[in-house]
Design a protein around this ligand. Sequence first.
Ligand code: FES
Ligand SMILES: [Fe+2]
Length: 385
Amino acid sequence: MSKRMYHHLPVEAYTSRDWFDREQREIFSKTWAYAGFMEDVPEPGHYIPVQAGLNSFIIVMGRDRRLRAFHNICRHRGTQLIRAVGKAQKALSCPYHDWTYDLEGNLISVPEEGREYAGLDKSCLGLKPALVDIWKGLLFVNPDPKAGSIVDWFGDVDERIGPHEPESLVEYPDARTSYEVAANWKIVVENYIDVYHLSHLHSNTLQMYDHAKARYGFEGPHFLFWEPPVPEYAENQGRKLTMPRVIPQDANGAWVPMLFPGMGIAAFEDAWNTFVVTPLAPDLTRVETRTRVANVSGWEFAKQSMRSSAFWARFGIRGKYSGADASGADDPMASGDFTAEDVFACEQQQKSLQSPWFEVGPASVGEGPVTSHQKVVLNWLGDAA
Ligand code: FES
Ligand SMILES: [Fe+2]
């Protein structure tokens, strides 16, 4: 095995199936996992499936309007009970042999029970409970029904992630995105928390904030980050904000925490976004984003194409490279889209990690969060690392 390192972790931590499997088992299968927005399960009988690490869950609202989470595993032979978002009248049926559970997880019917079984005790064959909790309008699920509350898990994070009240905002559905990045999940997270790159990779796309004044650090395994707008942007937000303001003017800034493991939030003066990182393979990661904005009737934001560079050019945002420096019309570095810039950087790094010539250089002050996150991962893996 190679001894090549990437800061605190061996290069293999970003490329090998073995590391990926350990992280799935020790991190993503044992922590609170983001499961969706509160309004994804709005009424009795509504349910959603959630995959987190090795665990598969159902979150369902009972007739008593209580949310419950169960392991999405039939107590007969383990078939997944539900695969898609849906609504049940009173019960959930397994597709394999039609064992049926009520919305509280009790096994209520077994086909041909009298003929197929002698004295089956259905009362001890209910769905295994998991834990669901709500935090800032987000659903979280934990495999262990005795795990405590989400508030315990986030500790003091709550007071330090901005004045936003996401529960009182509404989703802007057109802004929802899901994309894959050909890089390890830690590369994606490290990029999210790398303060050094903000003024460089995003020199033309995130210049409205004053990166030199950023304040950041860890609270347990969770990364917290805040930075103020540059004066010119703060003074002209009246015409520069793309959507209605959601926080008071005297509380301006960008709050961009990365909650462990892989639950990013990006909260600005006019929007509150989630950025959910899901590892798919050692070199493949899914990112899903959703956006909440002011609940202002008549606001015509849906008409605007926020994906086009023409839209952003109106706000003075353009690509890092242009003209002869760009490699073509579809060069992400010429797009003026900071997400495209980030994806480009992550995928390039992942490619370089495969090269036998790769050797990591010294970490800067602004990359402190990157190396700290590597230690968090190591700690979490404990003896399994
Ligand atoms: S596995 Fe579910 S009913 Fe048989
Ligand atoms: Fe970035």
